[in-house]
Design a protein around this ligand. Structure first.
Ligand SMILES: Cc1cc2nc3c(=O)[nH]c(=O)nc-3n(C[C@H](O)[C@H](O)[C@H](O)COP(=O)(O)OP(=O)(O)OC[C@H]3O[C@@H](n4cnc5c(N)ncnc54)[C@H](O)[C@@H]3O)c2cc1C
Length: 511
């Protein structure tokens, strides 16, 4: 079962890869594919780690790698009054962040924890989740080459790029077509309008560490109410201990080795001690609170009032971290000060995610864990790291969430796995739980067990009338059903946009 080049352990090797750089090239690829009856599988950067990376859903595809189409098409026209970037699929988080820092420092965007080399469009098209909201809400005004080779522009982009409305008004007129191209296979998206975020006068990260794990449901309910009341406007990420420790260990060990002369073996032991000291909670959340000074102060006061008895509330600013680090680093010969310095070193880039700065740390952490710390982050698929996501949407109801997570944990335990869980409070009524298994991809038996465990987790969710909000490539057959009118309609739409079924066959669709 083990396959090179894919953290999921399943890979359908394409017959070849082509890297077009223009829309007419893509149109001619589609004409050719229709003639030759060879399907095309588009990727933006192909770093869909844990969901399939750059593997097509079926065998025999040509991989259409759009990473070379990486222009910001309206670079000169972006402004605070019009905070929209028109981007091509190859534009990455790191690229957009560097561009904005240089040219528009008052603007930022909805970053994810998936590293600097991942795309904005590919992630959004698979309905990824950023720190400020669901990525699908970032995009509108798509330009698509459909499976017939026609160019379709959604919203008011159809009026032409020179129209004053082209890059401003998301909905356009008439039925909205954008949604058809998210988690779909009707065309190749060649550019899109992406919302940027004006920076607010005051932006802080807030971390809550739950005192008692049995109060998780109550914490979720309180966070839900804070969301509904408009006090927590970003996505609140609530991570379990396995997830938080796993993400922090690399940074802590890195500090201990480089700043305290610990050997790798010593740093591992000491990291465990540091983690138990600075991050003892079973559940810890991270969110951003932004606004003018008055708004932020009153939101923080209210957050403290509502959850202060449930969790330790920590308000984190760069200034606080800088100060804390300077003092504790200077005193690092004292074990408790060293622990604080190591923890701040590890936490700093992760907290900045909540304020719009992407980081490679979560990926470097995985590489470090599997003993490949010097591998480039975009080579994760070539390490022995195995990752499978099983990510359900859940109602924003604390008791329900607690019960589902406990059930999933029981199943994982039966297979000898622990779950790495983040509950992303995305909307006022629902959350998405991003849950993964980690395993050694060099060990066939472990790959096999991880897949059986992931199948059992999916079955558990489906038996309860639940569903993943985002599916792995190797999961598609289990989530689409020929008997379901929804999928039947999606298949009929496929005939409209792509009558020869040459774009990404089987992706969120019947074969
Ligand atoms: C440690 C870790 C942390 C992660 N954190 C996050 C996170 O915080 N949030 C999150 O959402 N994900 C996260 N991920 C999952 C994943 O790595 C990211 O979502 C990543 O951004 C997806 O890869 P990509 O941007 O290169 O998209 P791609 O792999 O290029 O695209 C994803 C899929 O979309 C389709 N697609 C892409 N481009 C096009 C196009 N132009 N036209 C038509 N279809 C297209 C293809 O089917 C493709 O397979 C994480 C993964 C790991 C391992």
């Amino acid at each position: 079962m083990t396959a090179p080049g894919n953290v999921t352990g399943v890979h359908h090797t394409p017959v070849k890869a082509i890297s077009p750089t223009t829309v007419p090239e893509i149109q001619s690829l589609i004409r050719r594919a229709r003639q030759d009856k060879i399907p095309l599988y588009p990727i933006s950067k192909g770093h869909n780690w844990g969901y399939g990376s750059d593997s097509p859903v079926t065998e025999g595809n040509i991989l259409v790698d759009l990473s070379g189409m990486n222009r910001i098409l309206n670079a000169e026209a972006i402004s605070l009054a019009n905070p929209i970037a028109v981007i091509e699929p190859g534009v990455t988080q790191g690229q957009l962040h560097a561009f904005l820092a240089e040219h528009y420092p008052d603007l930022t965007f909805n970053v994810t924890g998936a590293g600097c080399e991942t795309s904005l469009i590919g992630c959004a098209l698979d309905r990824g989740v950023g720190y400020f909201g669901p990525r699908r809400e970032d995009l509108f005004g798509l330009e698509i080459v459909t499976g017939t080779g026609e160019i379709l522009k959604t919203g008011f982009r159809r009026l032409g790029e020179d129209s004053p409305l082209a890059h401003l008004h998301p909905e356009g007129l008439g039925p909205s077509l954008d949604g058809l191209f998210f988690q779909g296979n009707f065309g190749i998206v060649t550019s899109a309008c992406m919302r940027l975020r004006p920076r607010r006068p005051r932006e802080v990260a807030v971390s809550l560490s739950l005192h008692h794990s049995e109060n998780l449901g109550e914490l979720v309910n309180q966070l839900a109410q804070l969301k509904r009341d408009g006090l927590l406007t970003s996505v609140t990420h609530v991570g379990n201990r396995a997830r938080n420790h796993s993400t922090l260990t690399y940074g802590i060990a890195h500090y201990l080795e480089n700043s305290c002369a610990f050997s790798p073996a010593q740093s591992l032991v000491e990291s465990e001690r540091v983690l138990n000291l600075v991050a003892p909670s079973e559940w810890t959340s991270l969110a951003a609170v932004t606004g003018n000074r008055g708004q932020v102060s009153s939101a923080l006061r209210e957050i403290r009032r509502r959850v202060g008895s449930l969790a330790r509330v920590l308000v984190i600013t760069d200034r606080l971290l800088d100060l804390g680090f300077a003092v504790s680093h200077a005193l690092r010969f004292i074990p408790s000060a060293r622990a604080v310095a190591a923890a701040i070193h590890a936490m700093r880039p992760l907290h900045r995610l909540a304020l719009g700065t992407p980081t490679d740390i979560p990926i470097q952490n995985l590489l470090w864990k599997v003993g490949h710390p010097s591998l480039d982050v975009d080579q994760l698929d070539y390490s022995s790291c195995g990752v499978l996501f099983v990510s359900p949407a859940l109602p924003l109801n604390g008791a329900f969430v607690t019960e589902v997570i406990a059930g999933m944990e029981r199943i994982a335990k039966d297979y000898g796995h622990c779950l790495y869980v983040t509950l992303n409070i995305e909307t006022a009524t629902s959350l998405v739980a991003v849950i993964n298994l980690l395993f050694d991809r060099d060990d066939n038996a472990k790959v096999e067990i991880a897949h059986r465990c992931a199948d059992a987790l999916l079955a558990f969710l489906q038996e309860r009338g639940l569903s993943p909000y985002r599916a792995r490539v190797d999961m598609m057959e289990k989530i689409v059903s020929p008997h379901d009118p929804h999928w039947q309609t999606v298949r009929k739409l496929k005939d409209v946009f792509d009558p020869d079924n040459i774009i990404a066959p089987g992706r969120y669709n019947l074969p």
